[in-house]
Design a protein around this ligand. Sequence first.
Ligand code: NAP
Length: 490
Amino acid sequence: MTEGDELHDVVVVGAGFAGIAMGVALKASGRDFLILEKADEIGGTWRENRYPGCACDVPAHLYSFSFEPNPYWSKTFADADEIQDYLLYCVEKYALRPHLRTDATVQHARYDAATGVWTVTVASAWGELRQLRARALVLGVGALHEPVVPDLPGLETFEGELRHTATWDRGLSVQGRRVGVIGTGSSGVQIIPPLAEDAAHLTVFQRTPAWVLPRDNTDYSEATIDRFERHPMVMRAHRTQLRATHDARGRAFTDHPGLLRAMQLRARRHLAAAVSDPTLRERLTPGYTMGCKRILLSDDYYPAMARPDVTLATDAIERVEPRAVVTADGTRHEVDFLVLATGFDPIGSYRYLGVTGLDGRVLGQEFAHDAQTYLGVTVPAFPNLFVLLGPNTLLGHTSVLLMLEAQVALTMRLLDERDRRGARAVQVRPEVVPGFMAEIDRRSEGSVWESGCHSWYLDDAGRNRTLWPGSVREYERRLTRPELVDYTFG
Ligand code: NAP
């Protein structure tokens, strides 16, 4: 272990959208900072998810930083490569490379109450351990980072190729292979159509059908791109309009679930247009209210499911054998390539980071029990710690980057206030948190997310600990004009 005396004003963990947004703000402020990234390149989820069909289901002009509009988005919904290129561009434009350390995995971080400083232990890709210190720690580790590998009997005996969507390699080919995909969430419906094209046969193992709406992904014409480039105001107006339509949808989740039932009709028509077999249609029709799980957008998912060389298996998976998946009805589905589109553990990243605050409290353990935060950013007993895109700050209807930018603004404001007051530490008052969590619970109670389906939005106790149950505007207001009395500076 190298015990350096490297001290930074701020250490940011993760170089995805969150770490980069934080880096841009820190750079502008002139503060000293370091971004630690465990992979060999920036990008987070957009670097990591390389499966065929991977794309964002939020329009690109909304799923980009407000401070870095990009006239060149090629189509409404950008694919993973285009988003990764955008992030690489941001890193260069805002000169973040000198502040970035890749191949640097944070193993643990411990807060010292006497000094207000975090000691961070970092492992390099070649196994060297190094300690550094920080006057503030910002976690931008992402909720969609730790893949869920289902606990299926016999999975370890499978002899074919086994891949989670998040561990896909570019060179992988399913050409001529019998492929099975487990899972029909966002990742599943994206990967299924291209796999159906290439595989000898595809079996889709569906536990719960998804509500799927048309995607209508259209290319921006050269003339439009040219107009956006020459008239940034026009591009901003386009973003504003996208934002307004998406914001309006958000109200349906918490206040007007009836509107979602109306949208179900559109989804049913979308299904009927592609799938003529009434039995298959029935099996692909969800039994829960739309929005309880993430609403999916796809134009090629249902046509793929209607192909003669695609089988839909809806009986529970009983076991996995070396070359087959056996379902509860006794069918042996022979596969030599098995894809797990089984999602992520939203607090998985915190579980693996050993972040220890006051009184030996470990963040991952706290979050596993009940992710109690204040506005998703600060956590009682964890001074000088800021969480980006943390619990109760994700969204089901629009761009999370709006939330992220508000969180970055709050973090900067609290750091500035701490320093202005000559304090060592800033932390949320513990007595503020129960009221905030009660508000989250109360506002989630009537929401569609708690209307009876199983999803990664809910924790083991069935509480919403993932999504923000209000409008983005309200969240922005609360973070950009914070109540400083809710924090202690000492
Ligand atoms: P997900 O939404 O959690 O879906 C996981 C799927 O795997 C579900 O269909 C689930 O079935 C199934 N599953 C899990 N364990 C299983 C088991 N033991 N047996 C059978 N089926 C099992 O995960 P995801 O599709 O990776 O998406 C996660 C989130 O990532 C999304 O909600 C979205 O926020 C984000 N994402 C976004 C995009 C995008 O376009 N922006 C793309 C990909 C992902 P049940 O429904 O029955 O649980």
